[in-house]
Write a protein that binds this ligand. Structure first.
Ligand SMILES: [Zn+2]
Length: 327
């Protein structure tokens, strides 16, 4: 651990550093993991494209794309990236040195996501894990059921525009994918702030059916339609344009009533891109690492539970980690 975050000494690089560094390996495009101003950035092609979309092509001096599973040697360290199931391009970083294997999982989930490959459990000696939802109260319901609740509400309130607050990177596209999988074939309306990253997902071959920009539509045309917007836009003036909007929010935090109220969500949808309590514990068993390093979230609860299971667990107290913007 350094002031800039996790540092791999034999490879001379940081993983997800929170300040500009000479050489960084980035697990995924969310703002608290991918920052601009590094010298060399190694990441998946998808993550590099997300960083370029958010920060501009000059976000780093040099970029080095690496596909899932492709081996690479940096200094004395063998490195490969494997899927973490979090968002498009998200990876775990697998490091091998002197017969020891460390896996830095970044953010991850174990549920299926139509927009990215599934989490891959890699047996290791040290497993670095997040702890965003590491409390027993966090038990995410099946995503399909939450989407069914949204579609059920549309049937009950056919005259109301259903306005769903979603994070621009990951949650938006996952909700689009889940709606299409559920057989919803109406056009889906997008707030302008969601368009650039959704275009980016489409450029990587993901298909979301017919999407329309919200600005193009007259008020009455949006009765009974689904409109996606950033959560911060739910209370904005532009929503007055919509017919009797019904505010929903899709986030893992919607399990917490106070959060749902605070966001103004009449229809809270519990849709998380992070592992829940049981999945965190299951993952510790799946990777079987005798030593667990816990990064951000509810560290103490996870450390306690890991110790009960016989693992050695420590908190890393990473600096500069705010609440993930992809919760
Ligand atoms: Zn994230």
């Amino acid at each position: 651990m350094t002031h800039a975050g996790l540092y791999c000494t034999p490879g001379a690089f940081y993983v997800d550093p929170n300040t500009p560094v000479a050489r960084a390996v980035i697990t995924h495009g969310h703002g608290d993991h991918a920052r601009c101003g590094h010298g060399v950035v190694l990441a998946t092609r998808e993550t590099l494209a997300i960083m370029a979309s958010r920060y501009g092509d000059d976000h780093a001096r040099t970029v080095q794309p690496l596909g899932y599973g492709e081996p690479l040697t940096i200094g004395d360290v063998r490195l490969r990236l494997v899927p973490s199931g979090h968002i498009l391009g998200a990876c775990q970083v697998v490091l091998e040195h002197n017969g020891q294997r460390v896996v830095i999982s970044g953010d991850y989930k174990r549920r299926r996501d139509p927009t990215c490959p599934a989490f891959e459990a890699v047996a290791c000696d040290v497993f670095v894990t997040e702890a965003t939802f590491a409390l027993p109260v966090f038990c995410h319901p099946p995503a399909e059921g939450e989407i069914a609740r949204l579609l059920g509400s549309l049937r009950i309130f056919p005259d109301r525009a259903h306005l769903v607050g979603v994070y621009a990177l990951g949650k938006c596209q996952r909700v689009l994918g889940l709606l299409r999988e559920a057989g919803y074939d109406r056009p889906i309306y997008l707030h302008g702030a969601l368009k650039p990253l959704t275009d980016l997902y489409q450029s990587f071959g993901l298909e979301f059916g017919e999407l329309r920009s919200i600005a193009e539509e007259a008020k009455d045309d949006l009765k009974g339609e689904i409109v996606l917007c950033p959560p911060s836009a739910l209370g904005d003036r532009w929503t007055r344009r919509l017919p009797d909007p019904l505010p929903a929010v899709a986030s893992g935090w919607m399990r917490v009533r106070a959060r749902a109220r605070q966001r103004g969500a009449e229809l809270p949808l519990i849709l998380s891109d992070h592992a829940d309590w049981n999945e965190l514990l299951q993952t510790l068993d799946d990777v079987g690492a005798p030593e667990i390093w816990v990064t951000h979230g509810e560290e103490q609860a996870l450390i306690y539970a890991a110790e009960q299971k016989g693992f050695k667990a420590i908190a890393l107290d990473l600096l500069g980690r705010e609440e993930d913007d992809g919760e």
